[in-house]
Design a protein around this ligand. Structure first.
Ligand SMILES: C[S@@+](CC[C@H](N)C(=O)[O-])C[C@H]1O[C@@H](n2cnc3c(N)ncnc32)[C@H](O)[C@@H]1O
Length: 272
């Protein structure tokens, strides 16, 4: 059995309280996420041996770049289902089914998939622990779940033109995390995933941390610049001003800026 198209309509995006909501420039956010993290994500997925004939689920698929990569691996006889609250950003691809599905509220078929991948989604869902149980139950015995998530509790600027710029970056990052926390986002979920997977009954749980060097032009830094505009209202409510956000953009574009990303964990676990 596989997923059937859910009956929930577009309102589910509003109801869900998803912090980014829906926006015309979502495509840019998805493209930047792919540029920043697909290399690490897909290398880790490749280590599972995913190949012809596998049945895969890419949940919260965003722009669909990982779903497309999976569809290529499992061709010609496998299949990939890509789901999202807002699935319209996933382009079609042979062997790929794209469905609207609310991971928090809609059911998943049990014992259905050889491989399930979810990146930067569960942090947004207050029901993340129950969703993890649902994902584990959707694996075939022996199937693998890979969850990719950030732990944002460490990610300092290392070089900036002056002390004021360092303080500005710190204030911006803190405002962003405060805003996310107020919206129910778990900024430290990345470091909790492995233990939660064990708790959910998965075995061979294997977390791999990655840290990215950030400087002007890095996809992760382009994403931050994008977020200064996309999340402008929330950031101002969290204490930033338009002038200070413009200063953050100048800093992030400056050749003298260097930082480390938060820790990006790819965590795999197997259903016994
Ligand atoms: C930060 S984006 C990550 C997208 C993609 N996984 C990636 O890493 O490129 C979060 C995605 O989760 C989706 N999402 C948020 N809440 C969801 C829910 N309750 N059920 C399914 N998808 C959800 C959003 O629509 C968005 O595409």
């Amino acid at each position: 059995m596989d997923l059937t198209i859910g009956s929930r309509d577009d309102l589910s995006i509003v109801e869900s309280g998803y912090v980014f909501g829906r926006s015309w420039d979502q495509a840019r956010q998805h493209r930047l996420l792919g540029e920043a993290y697909d290399q690490v994500t897909c290398a880790r997925l490749a280590s599972t041996g995913v190949s012809d004939g596998w049945r895969c689920l890419e949940a919260g698929a965003g722009g669909g770049s990982v779903a497309h990569w999976l569809a290529k691996q499992v061709a010609p006889s496998g299949s990939v289902t890509a789901t999202d609250l807002d699935p319209g950003w996933v382009p079609p691809h042979p062997g790929l089914r794209v469905l609207r599905h609310d991971l928090a509220l809609d059911p998943l078929p049990e014992r259905a998939y050889d491989l399930i991948h979810v990146r930067l989604v569960l942090r947004h869902l207050p029901q993340r622990r129950a969703v993890l149980d649902k994902l584990a139950a959707a694996l075939k015995p022996g199937g693998i779940l890979q969850i990719d998530e950030f732990d944002q509790s460490h990610g300092p600027a290392l070089l900036a033109p002056d002390q004021a710029a360092l303080a500005l970056y710190r204030d911006f990052v803190e405002a962003k995390e405060r805003m996310f926390a107020d919206a129910g986002v778990a900024g430290d979920w990345g470091r909790r995933v492995a233990a939660e997977m064990v708790d959910a009954g998965l075995t061979d749980v294997d977390p791999e941390p990655a840290i990215f060097p950030w400087q002007a032009g890095s996809p992760g830094v382009e994403l931050l610049i994008f977020l200064t505009r996309r999340l402008r209202d929330g950031l101002v409510a969290a204490g930033m001003t338009d002038e200070r956000l413009a200063g953050v953009r100048d800093l992030l574009r400056s050749p003298g800026f260097r930082a480390t990303s938060g820790v990006f964990y790819t965590v795999q676990g197997r259903r016994p």
